[in-house]
Design a protein around this ligand. Structure first.
Ligand code: SF4
Ligand code: SF4
Length: 358
């Protein structure tokens, strides 16, 4: 028995310039903290199985000896248990592309020095090779990150390789501006789930947050994605509370109305990760109470709610997740609502990132 992390032992995360164990960073990524790196300057090379697991086990060894890799310090994924020592991968994250057809105000890819790209290495040959060699276990989890998956050039191939055939449980965040029939098939026939951050209940607020005129397109796609009972259950509609943009009950009620009309039951209530970062995870009472009120209204209308943010998520148990978000953070409140730093952050945020037309 020793302290370690299942993602460190069995996870891979593909970035555009490195292959790492995970995409979690317990320390604020604004400070340049990176997760445990396996291959630096990675561009889609296929390593041998031995080399891959030797590198993974070098990190694990630090835990085995009672230490903790500096990249994992304070990470909520660390747990103490009897670990299986087999070499396999069952948790993959793909975040090596950044192309998107929206321009969300909170997007971590919004950076004037950063050009969104679809022009990245091909990941299919790597994953196919790992799958054929038995390195990637059947029943694994595949998490998509990066930009907008439905316009990423290997989207359909990836869904064929892992989703349609039920090889993996696939989790896809999508803005739903572009409808993907392949994605719908995966939701309807296999174990693929989508998360759509709508964050609003009307065109005007949508445009303020997403800064593209695509509200109607999104609603049309959602209608199609929600057209069968199974596919409907595979949708989680998300409301990210963004200070000064949608932090009110009126907007949230409009959001609920849309969800109800579409028959979508699963909701996520969240808070802008940048707000959490600049406040050092001390959330103002206003937002704690707002999230709580939103939750109560949604529950009364028979929605299923979840507080989902990896900054707060330290368990898979939904109830604990809610409690840890609402009670743990409540203890640390010091920040004042509409604090000047927050205002400055939102106003000075640069939006030079290049995006394609949808
Ligand atoms: S402990 Fe955290 S940072 Fe380290 S590998 Fe696990 S998830 Fe990643
Ligand atoms: S949908 Fe929004 S948050 Fe997601 S990648 Fe595109 S711009 Fe960023």
């Amino acid at each position: 028995m020793y302290k370690c992390c299942k993602i460190l032992k069995h996870g891979l995360c593909f970035f555009d310039n490195m292959l790492a164990s995970c995409c979690f960073s317990p320390v604020d990524q604004i400070d340049g903290q990176v997760p445990p790196v396996l291959y630096d300057k990675y561009k889609g090379q296929i390593p041998s199985k031995d080399d891959l697991f030797e590198r993974i086990n070098n990190h694990v060894e630090i835990f085995r000896k009672g230490g903790c890799p500096k990249e994992c310090k304070d990470c909520y994924h660390i747990e103490e248990k009897d670990w299986d020592e087999d070499n396999y991968i069952d948790y993959i994250t793909i975040t090596h592309f950044s192309i998107c057809n929206a321009d969300c105000i909170y997007c971590s890819n919004n950076n004037e020095k950063y050009e969104r790209t679809n022009n990245t290495y091909k990941i299919i040959p790597v994953l196919k090779n790992f799958k054929d060699q038995g390195i990637i276990k059947k029943g694994c989890e595949l998490h998509i990150g990066g930009g907008e998956f439905t316009i990423y050039h290997e989207c359909d191939e990836l869904l064929d390789l892992f989703a349609i055939n039920n090889y993996a449980r696939v989790f896809v965040p999508t803005n739903a501006i572009k409808y993907s029939d392949k994605l719908f098939q995966a939701m309807d026939k296999a174990t693929t789930y989508i998360i759509v951050s709508l964050d609003c209940g009307c065109k005007r607020t949508y445009h303020k947050i997403k800064r593209v005129d695509a509200f109607n397109k999104v609603i049309d796609s959602l209608k199609k994605y929600a057209s069968t009972e199974k596919s409907r259950e595979a949708i989680r509609l998300k409301y990210i509370i963004i200070p000064t943009y949608n932090d009110n009950i009126t907007e949230f009620k409009k959001f609920l109305k849309i969800a109800k009309k579409l028959g979508i039951r699963n909701l996520i209530i969240d808070i802008d990760a940048r707000y959490s970062r600049v406040t050092n995870y001390r959330i103002d009472d206003y937002f704690i109470n707002l999230a709580q009120e939103m939750n109560e209204i949604a529950l009364k209308q028979n929605f299923i709610t979840e507080f989902y943010s990896f900054y707060f998520q330290n368990t898979n148990d939904k109830q604990t997740k809610k409690e840890s978000f609402l009670s743990k953070l409540k203890k640390k409140i010091y920040f004042k609502y509409f604090d000047n730093n927050i205002k400055k952050l939102y106003k000075n945020h640069k939006y030079g990132a290049k995006r394609i037309e949808y």
